[in-house]
Design a protein around this ligand. Sequence first.
Ligand SMILES: CC(C)(COP(=O)(O)OP(=O)(O)OC[C@H]1O[C@@H](n2cnc3c(N)ncnc32)[C@H](O)[C@@H]1OP(=O)(O)O)[C@@H](O)C(=O)NCCC(=O)NCCS
Length: 146
Amino acid sequence: MTDAVIDLGVSDVDDLIELEGRCFEYHWTRDQFLLGLESGAYRIIGVRRGAILAGYMAFSMIEDEMEILNLAVHPDHRRQGLGEALLARSFEICAAEGVTKSFLDVKVSNDPALALYRKFGYKKIGVRKKYYPDTREDALLFRYDF
Ligand SMILES: CC(C)(COP(=O)(O)OP(=O)(O)OC[C@H]1O[C@@H](n2cnc3c(N)ncnc32)[C@H](O)[C@@H]1OP(=O)(O)O)[C@@H](O)C(=O)NCCC(=O)NCCS
């Protein structure tokens, strides 16, 4: 059965924090999730598998631009198409909202994410040196035109 991608809300914040803790050293706080969910500054979609939140994606849409803020799949559920399902659902939402372009940044060493974004047609447009506070790694900037 295909995993359903659903909209997440304030009641999902505990599960989002748990998933973040499993996926990132430097992760979003409760306040960062609540800020987005309560103010509508960004949208969060996810996939549940039973009691587990298996993946989520946060993205903002401002006028005709979408920015991917975070995307994470639980380590036990990777390589099963969830990252792809989340990204595909965000593209559907963007199409419905008249979004024409998408941007993201990703660590230069993050091969799985780079492969996923390239598979969806994102093109590298720049580099931000030592961008990430946790590892001081460079960020690669990517763009996709819908
Ligand atoms: C990046 C991430 C979200 C991918 O999620 P996923 O559910 O495992 O990805 P999918 O199963 O949907 O894979 C889709 C495509 O991504 C690429 N990909 C995913 N994992 C990969 C890996 N370990 N190595 C190489 N390519 C990979 C492949 O192109 C794959 O397509 P294919 O299966 O036809 O080869 C996941 O690895 C993750 O959560 N990583 C930690 C958090 C993170 O770095 N997030 C990105 C922040 S920018």
